[in-house]
Design a protein around this ligand. Structure first.
Ligand SMILES: *[C@@H]1O[C@H](CO)[C@@H](O)[C@H](O)[C@H]1NC(C)=O
Ligand SMILES: *[C@@H]1O[C@H](CO)[C@@H](O)[C@H](O)[C@H]1NC(C)=O
Ligand SMILES: *[C@@H]1O[C@H](CO)[C@@H](O)[C@H](O)[C@H]1NC(C)=O
Length: 266
């Protein structure tokens, strides 16, 4: 089963899909875990939870298609987050309120992650408040639950909040390997108010673009509004390898008549 999986190395050739200079997002801390340990959700004996994500080893990169957010890019979905589900699909949230940072911008700036911050300002947007509030929420709700980002797992001498900086850098890099808009467009599927799509058309396009992986699509009132791409992880969230898998969940969109509406600002 594992042999059929494709490894999306974060620093590997998958970066070629984007126009962002990978070196500008180069990590400042490393985990020293490597990527030879067990794949998350596949350990059979007790593992070092600094180097194998546990229990949240089923990882979702979620993206929004919000049509009503000011200055949202017309030709890209935007980041919702990176969520650590348990391997059976249940999940925990808000795992360490003592690390609910409210200074995300300052953390990224002082830890030299300004190119990540610039990218977040363009592609990680809140449809209901400031982007900063969404980043804080995503970190506090989901980011604090990653075992591999426990402060005790970080290199000694790491500055306060370094694990949150690593989280934001990893979310941005993984998102850049998942150009949902482009994959749909390559199949001739672009936002329109004039026609609708079937679920099969949408999923086929995304499977073709991603190299054969089925995401989960969500709809609001029959219109596409969110996607989840699923992974297991080898190594740490800081610098591990995300291994793409099919969504264990079905899409919640209707099978036909799905709208993919243009953004209002475009
Ligand atoms: C996986 O590793 C964790 C953490 O060491 C351990 O608690 C758990 O029992 C292991 N899972 C299995 C199925 O052995
Ligand atoms: C951010 O806030 C945390 C506490 O929540 C603090 O420990 C850290 O020093 C702050 N960092 C910056 C750069 O403001
Ligand atoms: C950020 O860059 C400055 C200047 O190059 C350096 O002194 C500092 O150690 C860096 N901080 C981190 C957390 O990498």
């Amino acid at each position: 089963m594992l042999s059929s999986l494709v490894v999306l190395s974060l620093l590997g050739s998958s970066m070629a899909r984007t126009s962002v200079d990978p070196m500008s997002l180069f990590k400042r801390i490393s985990s020293s875990c490597g990527t030879s340990g067990p794949l998350s959700c596949y350990n059979t004996t007790a593992v070092d939870t600094c180097c194998t994500e546990y229990p949240g080893g089923l990882i979702l990169q979620t993206q929004f298609w919000d049509t009503d957010v000011a200055d949202s890019p017309a030709d890209s979905w935007t980041i919702h987050g990176l969520w650590p589900d348990n391997c059976d699909g249940t999940y925990t949230e808000d795992c360490d309120p003592s690390r609910d940072y409210t200074n995300i911008t300052a953390l990224l700036t002082t830890q030299n992650a300004t190119s990540t911050l610039d990218y977040m300002e363009q592609y990680w947007l809140n449809d209901d408040g400031t982007s900063q509030e969404l980043w804080e929420h995503e970190w506090a709700t989901h980011g604090t639950c990653y075992s591999t980002l426990e402060p005790s797992c970080l290199p000694s001498g790491s500055p306060a909040g370094a694990e949150a900086v690593a989280f934001f850098e990893t979310v941005v890099r993984l998102f850049q390997t998942l150009p949902t808009y482009t994959w749909l467009a390559e199949a001739g599927i672009t936002p329109t108010s004039d026609s609708t799509f079937t679920l099969e058309e949408l999923l086929s396009a995304l499977e073709a673009g991603s190299g054969g992986y089925t995401p989960a699509l969500s709809c609001d009132d029959g219109a596409l509004d969110e996607i989840s791409w699923y992974f297991n992880l080898r190594g740490s969230i800081i610098d591990g390898e995300f291994v793409a898998i099919n969504s264990p969940e079905s899409s919640d969109c209707p099978t036909t008549g799905i709208q993919y509406l243009p953004k209002e600002s475009s």
